[in-house]
Design a binder for this molecule. Structure first.
Ligand code: DGY
Length: 324
């Protein structure tokens, strides 16, 4: 295609793998080279002349951006979640929105399980203890944790990632409970998972793992009431979105000692401010939103995002399109 006729695409960060090289063969490509995301005004300015955007979960695509982007036809998010995008506004403007489901399921489930084990068995604390030179001798009371094998796991959101966590939990002899909008007979048959209501999951789970997208219905799904209803000493793991947990209520429950601990790959806000109590409270395991961060998976996500974008720019429905 002559260069002048090629669609213009702005990518909000460098991506791993070969995806951008491939995209560059079809479009007029411009990539934000900084490590930090483009500030909103810069994104607006780029969107104003773009036919397509490749975005990350740090980039807000809303009615204001759409109003300043007359030729925009497609937004391709390099993530399965798309709470950073106003899909309704995009749909009204006939802008296709793509995401990357499937690509990161197993990698994210591995990490959720790493956090479950790390939190229950105090792996980060143990590492810090040894490095600080505190280890003097074997002790029967040193860094005692919670058994994962045989514990009851409560899965909130038995979608692809929640189900993959349940399969791992089965190998650990866990009793698996889940809450979800619909029953999952295949998951139940494969893992022995039992669908329960929210009250039962909160009351019975030793460990709760969150796997719901962030929507108005799931914002603060774990709040003051839910934390009070959890089993004393229970552990909470969030690899979904920070907004699913009320941060103020979480800090209170940790300070009270009612919650046994929390592992957060996602927080609200992201990143946490340096003075957040979560930075200093014990029994808190933190990660910088890396559940999907393996070389292979991030390459796959970038590649899927490029496929989605190219399809939309060619006038086809993207293979993974979230517009209704
Ligand atoms: C997603 O894809 O939504 C994750 O949060 C980042 O991989």
């Amino acid at each position: 295609m002559p260069r002048t006729l090629r669609p213009r695409v702005f990518v909000t960060r460098q991506l791993p793998g070969e995806a951008l090289g491939r995209l560059g063969k079809h479009v007029d490509l411009s990539v934000w080279e900084a490590d930090m995301p483009p500030p909103p005004e810069a994104l607006l300015a780029e969107a104003a002349r773009a036919d397509g955007l490749v975005t990350l979960l740090t980039d807000r695509v809303d009615a204001r951006l759409l109003a300043s982007a007359p030729s925009l036809r497609a937004v391709s998010n390099v993530a399965v979640g798309y709470d950073n995008i106003d899909v309704r506004a995009c749909t009204e403007r006939r802008v296709a929105v793509g995401n990357t489901p499937g690509a990161l399921t197993e990698t994210s489930a591995d990490f959720a399980f790493a956090l479950i084990l790390g939190l229950a068995r105090r792996v980060a604390e143990a590492d810090a203890y040894v490095r600080a030179g505190h280890w003097r001798t074997w002790s029967p009371t040193l860094l005692l944790g919670t058994d994962v094998y045989g514990a009851t796991l409560g899965i909130v959101g038995p979608g692809a990632i929640g189900s993959a966590v349940a399969r791992r939990a089965r190998g650990f002899g866990m009793r698996i409970l889940y809450v979800g909008r619909q029953a999952r007979p295949a998951l139940e048959a494969e893992t022995g998972a039992v669908r329960v209501d929210k009250a039962a999951l909160l009351a019975e789970a030793d460990i709760i793992s969150l796997h719901v997208p962030l929507t108005p219905a799931t914002r603060h799904w774990v709040g003051r009431e839910e934390l009070a209803a959890m089993k004393p000493g229970a552990l909470l793991v969030n690899t979904a979105r920070g907004g699913v947990v009320d941060p103020a209520a979480l800090v209170e429950a940790l300070r009270d000692g009612r919650l046994g601990g929390v592992a957060l790959d996602v927080t609200d806000p992201e990143p946490l401010p340096p003075d957040s109590p979560l930075m200093t409270l014990p029994n808190v395991l933190l990660a910088p939103h890396i559940a999907s961060a393996s070389h292979a998976t991030r390459g796959r996500m970038a590649s899927m995002a490029v496929d989605n974008l190219l399809a939309a720019l060619e006038g086809r429905r993207p293979p993974h399109c979230v517009n209704p």
